[in-house]
Design a protein around this ligand. Structure first.
Ligand SMILES: [Zn+2]
Length: 296
């Protein structure tokens, strides 16, 4: 009991800079596909399970495009999911269930489904935003969610050119929505992704052409949490287990299963330059708390 009180005190003391956080940090994750939150699995788990925080998820697409590698899930769901027609009908609901099963493991609280079309893989974020998604609807929903949520942080996928256009577009929408808020109400927006080393050895991304809001800070960060961090009896466990459990829930996503326990164990977060002065200190306080200390 004394240990628990001490732990609570430690967390409170390490959390003084977030004036409006009632218990712990509150996070909104904005992603394109129902399994993208795997990028932040261990960090989110720490926030929701050990720091008294909350995490909600706004999902832009309906995930209908994720059926091509569903072979092993066909018997589980009793459906020929690799058939596009079957997938169109059933995959969005299946993937929402998979997302929420994984979300239960990492402690997600609320889900906002925006259900935009999940078409094939492209790299052109502008084309997705102009031709595939209802731009006004996505913006309106994100504006509402941000206004009501009083979030401390927004997690987005780092919008590097080589990533799926939907990932980039989701991050751009999140950045644009935050930039529409009154400066004093804005959460801090972070770009996250898995890296094999920390600091990342060969990461050269600065901003996405034509989208200045995606510019990453060169002055502060990045911050990293290693999913191989040990815990439990005799340090036999680690936070990769959490991410692997989450991945395992996405049974319709065959290739996703191959990402289990890969070497890219550093959940790495960059600060977008559009965040106000003083944000880096708050992100530092977050990761001081997220990264377990020897006393945990
Ligand atoms: Zn994705």
């Amino acid at each position: 009991m004394r240990f628990i009180r001490l732990l609570a005190l430690t967390i409170l003391l390490s959390w003084p800079v977030l004036a409006h956080a009632q218990n712990g940090p509150s996070v909104l994750i904005v992603t394109a596909h129902p399994d993208d939150d795997a990028s932040f699995a261990a960090t989110t788990y720490r926030i929701t399970h050990d720091l008294g925080g909350t995490a909600d998820l706004a999902l832009i697409t309906d995930g209908a495009g994720g059926y091509r590698f569903s072979t092993l899930a066909e018997d589980i769901y009793g459906l020929e999911l690799t058939d596009q027609k079957v997938a169109e009908k059933h995959i969005p609901a299946i993937r929402k269930k998979e997302l929420m099963a994984g979300g239960a493991i990492i402690g997600l609280r609320d889900y906002i489904f925006i259900d935009q079309p999940d078409t094939g893989k492209t790299f052109d974020a502008d084309a997705v935003m102009e031709n595939e998604w209802d731009v006004e609807l996505v913006a309106r929903v994100l504006d509402r969610v941000l206004a009501e949520g009083d979030y401390d942080f927004v997690f987005t996928m780092v919008p590097v050119p080589s990533t799926h256009a939907h990932h980039k577009a989701a991050s751009i929408f999140a950045l644009e929505a935050v930039s529409r808020m009154a400066p004093e109400d804005r959460p801090i927006v972070l770009a996250g992704g898995s890296q094999s080393t920390f600091p990342p050895a060969s990461f050269v991304f600065r901003m996405l052409d034509g989208h200045e809001l995606t510019t990453l800070s060169m002055d502060y960060g990045p911050w990293g949490f290693n999913r191989n961090t040990k815990l439990g009896l005799d340090d036999r466990l680690n936070y990769n287990i959490i991410r692997n459990w989450l991945i395992a829930e996405h049974k319709s996503q065959g290739t996703m299963q191959t990402y289990m326990s890969l070497g890219d164990s550093w959940e790495t977060f960059w600060l977008y330059e559009m965040n106000p002065e003083g944000s880096a200190e708050k992100v530092q306080a977050l990761f001081d708390a997220v990264i377990p200390s020897d006393d945990d």
